[in-house]
Every structure is written in structure tokens, then in C-alpha cells.
Design a protein around this ligand. Sequence first.
Ligand SMILES: [Zn+2]
Ligand SMILES: [Zn+2]
Length: 344
Amino acid sequence: MKTVKLISKQAFGEFDEMMPVPDNINKVLIKIASIGVCGSDMHYFKHGRIGDQVVEYPYTIGHEASGYIEKIYGDSFGLEVGQLVAIEPAVSCGQCDQCRAGRHHTCRHIQFMGAPGQIEGLMCEHVTVPIQNVFPVPESFSPNEAAFVEPMSIGAYAVKLGQISENDNIGIIGVGPIGMSVLLSLKYWGNNRQYVWDKLDYRLENAKKTGVLWSGNPDKIKIQKELQKIIPEELDVVFECCGEQEALDTALEVLKPGGRLVIVGIPAEDRISFDMGCLRRKEISIINVRRQNHSVEDAIKIVEHFRPLDDFLITHTFNYDQTNEAFKLVNDYADNVVKAVIKF
Ligand SMILES: [Zn+2]
Ligand SMILES: [Zn+2]
């Protein structure tokens, strides 16, 4: 038997106790259509935690979802029942200093769907979410593509934070779903100067389909040495999209003085280190990316521009009763998986 789970209690019950929620927050009942298995979900699957966010069972994870509007409570703001929407999983208070400064993603009272101890996740059949967290997508989108809007918004936001120009030479470390989102966002905004590396050859092949200047596998070649030959002036910006110490070390080696390191990946360890001598001598700026801010609409445009995403991004679709298999596949990087999606 299928289970129906409403998150409105979690979303608004605890929320109410923490702060006054304006009465005019309207809610939408969504029938979930597709939900992606994310790298951060894998941290919960493998380690039961990310940093101090520890899973206490039972708990529903998942935050990369799309679904159909089933019911609108209160003002519809132009939304319609039956419409396919992407769900933005971060719920901000709208009142704190961060929200007032337009930094909703670092809201002092932020509650994230699928982050343990916050709001229940979206890997379920029905959810109730605040109306400002749903974004209608073009009719051409499949539910899987609508679910990919969430990871794409992180790539888009990272590129905006990196303040990239068309002529910047860019390194991308790790071309999984987030690295690919960075790559596609760069291309969408007119930068076509990407050098990418990843330990999985099939992911490099994937990235090459979108057209990159160079790709390499750090298990087979010394990245810094190879890049030195083809681009002696070194890279302007490196996006670290895999959360590995080794990748951060390589980033410092290949960046030019005055270069920017944009950290998008989530390391499994609580602490990472940098070669301070190199960091200082080259005067490298480090930019941290916290999920996304004001980038969902951009992400929808980018998905629309590059869709269909099935061949090179959304490689696997599972039924909800095969969720365990989906997680195992992603955990093992099996069958050339990039993004696995669960269908409800
Ligand atoms: Zn994610
Ligand atoms: Zn706030």
C-alpha cells in the first residue's frame, strides 16, 4: 500500500514555535512526480549525517523534487491545479536580517526539506509546501527535468558567485550532476572556456558532449602538469564540485595568482586544509556556495535551453518501490550513473 505523508505539520508546526509566521503564507498540496537522489542524500545514506545534521529515524530525505499541484490553499498567485512545478526546498522566515538583505539562503531560521532535524524530505507521495517554494516549469518539461531544476539552481548560483566573464579560463573538478550544472550554467551565460577533470571516465565523456576545451582523469595523469602545457597562464576560476581534499589541493596548483576558488562540493570530513603558502602567495580568493539564492528562475531557463537532459544528465529512473536500488546504484557509481531519479 502506498503511504501518504504530509509535511505541513513539520513545515509549519515547529516553524510557528520558532517565529511568528505571517498569516498570508499560502500553501500548496503537491503530488510528487519525480525526485532526484542527491550526493547529500548519499551522505545520509552512508554516514547518517552531514556535519552536525544527524539523521534520527524514521526520517524522510530528498529535496530535488517536482510534482503536480493538487490543491491550493488561499490565494493562487496565478498557479493552477494540475500544473507541473519544481519545488525549492529551503523555507526562509522572510523577517530576519539575512532575509531582509535578500540572503534567504542564509536565513537565521532556515528550514530545509530533507535536512535532518529541520523539515521532512520530499521522497514521499504528497507534500504541503509554502506557495513561494513552488515554481511552475514550461509545459515541455518532463517531471524528471523539473526535478533537476533544484541541482541546476546550485550550479547557476555558483557561477553567479564566481563572477565569471566570457574570457575566463575555468576549471571544474568533478562533473557529476553539480559539476555539470556549473558547466551548463557557464555555457548558458556565454563562457565556453572549460577545463574539466574527474576520476570517472564516463563522466568526462558526458561533459565532452557539451563541448569542453580539455578533460582529464587525475588517476591517470598529473592534472597540474598537463594543464601547464596547454594553458601556461593558468586558470582564472576553479569550481570544486566533489568535496575532496585532493581536489582542493589541485585547485590551488592550477589557479593563477589572483584566481578564485569556488567551493561547491561538500567534504565528508568536518575539516579540510589548504597550503597557506600557496594560498597567500597567489592571493587566491575562496568563495563558498551555500545551496542557492534567487537562482531557481535562472535554473529553469538553463534546463529549458539544454533539455532533453535524459541522455547525459538524468541517466536512470526508478519506481518508488526501487528506492533502495537507486541509492545503491548512486553509491556504487554503477552503470555510468549521473543523476538517478525516483518516480512516484
Ligand atoms: Zn541536492
Ligand atoms: Zn530569515
